[in-house]
Design a protein around this ligand. Structure first.
Ligand code: ZN
Length: 203
């Protein structure tokens, strides 16, 4: 399986990063070795002194498809959860300043903690899903999918022009503003609506 991620997909986050709004989805991948499931702890890697959390709605692909038209895209995912696009911000900044790919800053082991999936029925209107992340019990990120620059359907349509989507593939759809650093013994808890879907420790 593969993990497809979309960067800068909320304008408030693009603003906090000092980046212009993308005209096309900004796409990168994480390998399956970055997955961290079942609320297992995240271990801060030795190569970074500045790991950030980014809470994102994640789609689970349920059907094989390529070059999917936007009007049919909603048939290609069947459940959602919250995932963390853990980012070695120091590595990402230095690599991108040097004009190099920053893939390793987001694709290292454990860089994709993944919550428990909920069905689309439970999630409600996919264009109006609110979610939030708490760090040590304090809300640090709040988002709503009505504020996405590229909707779920438009993301699926766009990325399937380049990658065949397969059952079990995941799409991280971007993070709202409020990203920030984690330290040892922090606890991250994420909610879709009022439902807790992820809850893990930083070690
Ligand atoms: Zn992200």
């Amino acid at each position: 399986m593969k993990i497809i991620c979309i960067g800068l997909n909320y304008s408030d986050h693009a603003r906090e990063m000092g980046k212009p709004l993308p005209r096309e989805p900004l796409v990168f991948l994480k390998p399956d070795s970055s997955l961290l499931k079942k609320n297992k702890p995240f271990f801060i890697p030795a190569f970074s002194g500045n790991i950030h959390y980014e809470a994102e709605i994640v789609l689970r692909i349920c059907k094989l498809g390529r070059s999917i038209a936007e009007k049919y895209a909603s048939r290609y995912y069947d459940s959602i959860t919250l995932g963390m696009d853990m980012t070695a911000r120091d590595l990402q900044s230095s690599l991108s300043a040097a004009g190099k790919p920053w893939e390793i800053a987001k694709s290292f082991d454990g860089a994709a903690p993944l919550g428990e999936f909920i069905s689309l029925d439970e999630a409600g209107d996919v264009n109006n899903i609110s979610f939030r992340l708490e760090k040590n019990g304090k809300t640090v990120q709040k988002g709503n999918t009505s504020l996405l620059i590229f909707s779920f359907n438009s993301i699926i349509s766009c990325v399937s022009r380049f990658f065949t989507l397969k059952t079990g593939d995941l799409i991280f759809t971007g993070t709202p503003s409020g990203v920030g650093p984690v330290n040892r013994n922090d606890r991250l808890t994420g909610y879709i609506g009022d439902r807790k879907v992820i809850d893990f420790m930083i070690k």
